[in-house]
Design a protein around this ligand. Structure first.
Ligand SMILES: [Zn+2]
Length: 286
């Protein structure tokens, strides 16, 4: 009688110890994981946000059953992204977006490639670069591309700063764009690093700019290699996707080489269009 009882006690004791060790290990792993990946808001990058799962969001827009070009759609309003920023074109098009320009080396090459394949895109401009290269802004606008304000000096820590500071960052860039090209219409605002806040979103909207996030992150700013940029776009892009690339912020030769291969493929699969610029208020009322 004793032996089975002792064995049960022994087994119970072992089970308790094993469970305790397992719980401790789980706690340690969870603790380590959180502290290993979480970064301060100021350091949150596109890569960090992709790691947070933005890349895994399901496609918001289903492919067109007929495959025909989508009609002109109103500017997106669906607040699917962080703090209400849009993450889909809300039509069947694919939108390429180029951030951190204009840049005297990269932007003309990107514009030439887009023109070669008769497509247009959205350019998120940094105010300081706009002031330095106003002629490039004119070229971007003349090419039929959509313009997006990307703040005056790309402050990724803006979310923690005052309303007047945020207002100045957005307005100063917009003023520089209008000074470069009085005909430019700024339909969108994109927050540097994707570090949105409700205040940033509302300040952009107050100026008639739709807050623009993204759904496909090429991480091209980290120069991951041409093949990586290509495969990210080819694997992740679906109708309605907003693809994040860069024509500024450093050597973008990988991005440009990837575009040379991607564009002929993408034009056979998607309608490549800039982000829509038709205001919702312009839509016919019922
Ligand atoms: Zn940027």
């Amino acid at each position: 009688m004793d032996k089975p009882t002792n064995r049960r006690r022994y087994t119970a004791a072992i089970t308790a110890v094993t469970t305790a060790v397992a719980l401790l290990l789980i706690g340690f792993v969870v603790h380590s994981t959180h502290h290993g990946h979480a970064r301060p808001l100021s350091q949150r990058s596109a890569a960090a946000r992709a790691a947070d799962g933005s890349r895994d969001l399901p496609a918001v827009v289903a492919p067109s059953p007929s495959g025909s070009p989508a009609p002109v759609a109103p500017m997106p309003t669906d607040p699917t992204g962080p703090d209400g920023a849009v993450q889909s074109t809300e039509n069947n098009n694919l939108a390429l977006t180029f951030d951190d320009g204009p840049d005297p080396t990269n932007t003309p090459q990107v514009l030439a490639l887009l023109a070669k394949y008769h497509v247009t895109a959205t350019f998120c401009l940094i105010g300081q670069n706009v002031a330095a290269y106003p002629d490039l802004v004119k070229q971007i606008v003349a090419g039929g591309n959509t313009i997006c304000d990307h703040s005056w000096d790309h402050d990724e820590q803006m979310a923690g700063k005052s309303l007047s500071y945020i207002d100045d960052e957005i307005t100063r860039c917009a003023d520089a764009i209008h000074q470069a090209d009085p005909d430019a219409v700024i339909h969108y605002y994109r927050q540097p690093g994707g570090n949105w806040s409700p205040t940033i979103v509302s300040e952009a909207m107050r100026r008639g700019m739709t807050p623009l996030d993204w759904s496909v992150d090429t991480n091209d700013w980290q120069t991951p290699g041409v093949a990586s940029i290509e495969s990210t776009v080819l694997n992740d892009a679906v109708p309605g996707s907003i693809v994040l690339m860069h024509d500024g912020g450093g050597d973008r030769s990988q991005t440009i080489t990837a575009l040379q291969t991607l564009l002929p493929t993408l034009v056979t699969k998607f309608q490549l269009q800039p982000m829509p610029t038709t205001p919702v208020s312009a839509a016919p009322s019922p």
